[in-house]
Design a protein around this ligand. Structure first.
Ligand SMILES: NC(=O)c1ccc[n+]([C@@H]2O[C@H](COP(=O)([O-])OP(=O)(O)OC[C@H]3O[C@@H](n4cnc5c(N)ncnc54)[C@H](OP(=O)(O)O)[C@@H]3O)[C@@H](O)[C@H]2O)c1
Length: 279
């Protein structure tokens, strides 16, 4: 079983490779997540809106791992950003997850009412002070919103911005801003929803290392400073392959070839939730 390295930034200690659960219904989670834990995954990414927190809770409680061996992220849905509601929704998530505390709690999308983001951020910080989560962060925030949130919360308070990031979407400008604020970039949709599985350049690069295109795509992300990736799969063979990325390193030339695949391809862009993106 592979030991996944962790990212230490801001005391986060988050495994660089996590197991995404978007679009996995509860039955699928009950089937695949125990296998993922057996394979060595210790970082699980869920969300209130995925409708599978209860199944995640069931599986991790049955696994009987020491609490500090698991890193669990959930995300608060935009309907619950009003301060009282936010606290209550976190309590409900914890009950479904059968945990006293999550490791990371994110605001899922930057959708705020007339009072802006500050009251919600303030409540998120209160949730952390109350011990409901070890760390807090944001998701799908653009550069301006990231700057605003980091400045309101104070340096070192927010752990990560979870955004779409893969070889077809470079995020160069946002990465610079996250670096300046010492925030980890958690790459969601790291396989570009399986599009990278068919990329000929990734296959060619992988052939030098005895690896597949998706393995190269994941390796490229997690080799970068302060970047984590959370691929999802319902297939045990894919789960095994995706965690088998720690025994090779890409050459500088290969890293540059992969970076050159960028084509500004954004796949997660819902009209009703997306901010004005920076690219
Ligand atoms: N914060 C947000 O707003 C947000 C948005 C989107 C996603 N996310 C997070 O990011 C996670 C991943 O995103 P995603 O599921 O949309 O996209 P993804 O991880 O880029 O791609 C998942 C797709 O790739 C396939 N796949 C996975 N490993 C493979 C392998 N080794 N070989 C071949 N195919 C493979 C999966 O199919 P099989 O099941 O057949 O393997 C699935 O169709 C989500 O689960 C969620 O946790 C967060």
């Amino acid at each position: 079983m592979d030991q996944v390295p962790t990212l230490a930034a801001n005391g986060l200690n988050m495994p660089v490779l996590g197991f995404g659960t978007f679009r996995l219904d509860e039955e699928t989670v009950r089937a695949i997540l125990p296998e993922a834990l057996d394979l060595g995954y210790r970082h699980i990414d869920t969300a209130q809106v995925y409708g599978n927190e209860a199944a995640v809770g069931e599986v991790i409680s049955a696994a009987g791992l020491a609490r500090n061996e698991l890193f669990v992220t959930t995300k608060v849905w935009v309907d619950h950003y009003e301060p009282t509601e936010l606290m209550q929704s976190i309590e409900e998530s914890l009950a479904r997850l059968r945990l006293d505390q999550v490791d990371l709690l994110l605001l899922h999308w930057p959708v705020f009412g007339s009072k802006g983001m500050n009251p919600t951020l303030e409540t998120l910080m209160r949730a952390r002070s109350a011990g409901l989560t070890r760390h807090i962060g944001i998701s799908n925030f653009n550069i301006d919103q990231t700057e605003q949130a980091a400045s309101f919360c104070g340096e070192g308070t927010l752990a990560t911005n979870q955004v779409e990031y893969h070889a077809y979407l470079n995020q160069r400008r946002l990465r610079r801003v996250l670096g300046r604020h010492n925030l980890v970039l958690t790459a969601h949709t790291p396989l570009a929803r399986a599009q990278l599985v068919n990329d000929p350049v990734l296959w060619e690069i992988g052939s030098q290392y005895g690896k597949t295109a998706p393995q190269v795509a994941l390796r490229w992300l997690i080799e970068q400073d302060r970047v984590a990736a959370i691929p999802a799969t319902s297939n045990p063979h894919h789960a095994k392959a995706n965690i088998d990325v720690f025994k090779f390193s890409l050459s500088q030339q290969d890293q540059e070839r992969i970076a050159a695949l960028d084509r500004g391809e954004r796949l997660v862009d819902p009209d009703e939730l997306s901010p004005a993106w920076d690219d």
